[in-house]
Ligand binder design. Structure first.
Ligand code: GDP
Ligand code: MG
Length: 196
């Protein structure tokens, strides 16, 4: 049996877009509805098979908060791959993702494989219908933020894909909650990693 090829991968993106949830789905095939925010960074590993090779991902799941930004270079400096995550229901999170991509393209390994992941598509999977998931529980109370608007998509897939194409990124829409697209992101990265 062949020795696994180790691939150091970092997750970046605004807080609460679902970075840790994507990792939890990939590593344990689990989802937690109220996942506690990551402090600093978390380290996990998972193996995946690509053709005749075993890839062992060494995953650094970073905190998204601005106060941890200065730590990020420690995690991406030697990374061979990055997943930059945004939330399809929050346009501002794509802006943040773009700024991470710029930083990676300036400061990280020039051969780094970057994937852009638009997460939480389950929240908009019924976007062609009249019902939204947050209306299905019959809870009519507005929360303290006055945030009683139905959840709608703020980032069209085509817009994000066009940006990813022009920037040389892999692109996926994902749902850590349902598991959609998650294995695909990691497998596609594994396929793109230059292995000697
Ligand atoms: P992180 O700060 O980027 O690591 O985000 P977390 O993984 O901690 O997730 C933030 C919140 O979003 C948690 O309450 C998660 O349960 C939720 N969440 C994460 N991914 C998804 C998803 O794909 N769909 C939905 N509906 N919620 C998600
Ligand atoms: Mg996290």
């Amino acid at each position: 049996p062949m020795k696994p090829v180790q691939v150091k991968l970092v997750l970046l993106g605004e807080a609460a877009v679902g970075k840790s949830s994507l990792v939890l789905r990939f590593v344990n095939n689990e989802f937690q509805e109220n996942k506690e925010p990551t402090i600093g960074a978390a380290f996990l590993t998972q193996k995946t098979r690509v053709e005749d090779k075993i890839i062992k991902f060494e995953i650094w799941d970073t905190a998204g908060q601005e106060r941890f930004h200065s730590l990020a270079p420690m995690y991406y400096r030697n990374a061979q791959a990055a997943i930059v995550v945004y939330d399809v229901t929050r346009a501002a999170s794509l802006d943040k993702a773009k700024s991470w991509v710029k930083e990676l393209q300036r400061q990280a390994n020039p051969n780094i494989v970057i994937a852009l992941a638009g997460n939480k598509v389950d929240l908009v999977s019924d976007e062609d219908d009249d019902l939204h998931p947050d209306e299905l529980d019959g809870d009519e109370e507005a929360n303290e933020d006055g945030d009683d608007m139905p959840i709608t998509r703020q980032v069209p897939a085509e817009e994000a894909r066009a940006y990813a194409d022009e920037s040389g990124l892999l692109f996926f829409e994902t749902s850590a909650k349902l598991g959609h697209g998650v294995q695909e992101v990691f497998n596609e990265i594994a396929r793109k990693i230059p292995i000697d």
